[in-house]
Design a protein around this ligand. Structure first.
Ligand SMILES: N[C@@H](CCC(=O)N[C@@H](CS)C(=O)NCC(=O)O)C(=O)O
Length: 233
């Protein structure tokens, strides 16, 4: 049965009873960084152990910055009387500190490749964002960035994911690829999976994972947010 998602808390909402022993994951439904941690929580089957607390970023409650996470961004995890942030750090933290299927492999070759791909994820996003706003065809750098992913998917052949089996690397990329796939198709008529069979298979297999599909956003909302962010008519 799918989880009943809580409503986002805005400036008028009271804070939760902080540091009462409840583990809370502060997210925003529209934030790709937060989505990473939400997928990890779902995949490890921690729906009853980690409570989702969605925040309305446009009309944020003051207590979030003042009492929960002074950095004032999502995601943040309240656990064991501490609040931690940064989505990639949180993926590892959730994997190491909670039960459920492992997201980080034991194989040293896979661990090393995971580190490389996680390090590359910010660069990948930095190439994609201006490409969406660029005039005319997509720039060469964008093709190269997706070709790099296609190549990475060839490295381990024991499954369709970056490290073969599903891992935190897929989780790190999924929310962004979801948005870029939709944005490039709608705004540039560019299909990121065309001529990239491994990436096509990756998206197909990803979309069979409930932990991920339960977190997917509305494509219309993505487009609206992208157009607003980049001033596209
Ligand atoms: N590096 C951070 C980035 C998190 C982030 O930028 N979150 C955005 C929402 S998608 C946010 O909270 N923005 C609020 C703000 O900057 O005021 C991570 O990976 O967790």
């Amino acid at each position: 049965m799918s989880e009943q998602l809580p409503l986002s808390l805005d400036a008028s909402a009271d804070p939760p009873t902080l540091f009462d022993g409840t583990t809370r994951l502060y997210i925003s439904y529209i934030c790709p960084y937060a989505q990473r941690t939400w997928i990890a929580r779902n995949y490890k089957g921690l729906q009853d152990k980690i409570k989702l607390v969605p925040i309305n970023l446009q009309n944020r409650p003051r207590w979030y910055k003042e009492k929960v996470y002074p950095v004032n961004k999502v995601p943040a995890l309240e656990h064991n009387n501490q609040v931690k942030g940064e989505s990639l750090d949180l993926l590892k933290y959730i994997d190491e500190n909670f039960e459920g299927p492992k997201l980080f492999p034991n194989d040293p070759a896979k661990q090393q490749f995971a580190t490389e791909l996680l390090d590359y994820s910010d660069t990948f996003n930095e190439v994609n964002h201006p490409a969406i706003a660029s005039k005319g065809d997509v720039p060469y750098e964008l093709d190269a960035a997706f070709d790099k992913l296609e190549e990475a998917l060839a490295k381990f052949d024991d499954g369709p994911f970056f490290l073969g089996e599903f891992s935190l690397v897929d989780i790190a990329y999924a929310p962004f690829i979801e948005r870029f796939q939709c944005g490039f198709q709608a705004l540039k008529n560019y299909d990121i999976t065309k001529g990239r069979p491994r990436l096509a298979k990756w998206t197909e297999e990803l979309n069979k994972i409930d932990a991920y599909t339960a977190t997917k956003g509305d494509p219309e909302e993505f487009l609206h947010a992208l157009k607003k962010r980049f001033g596209i008519e």
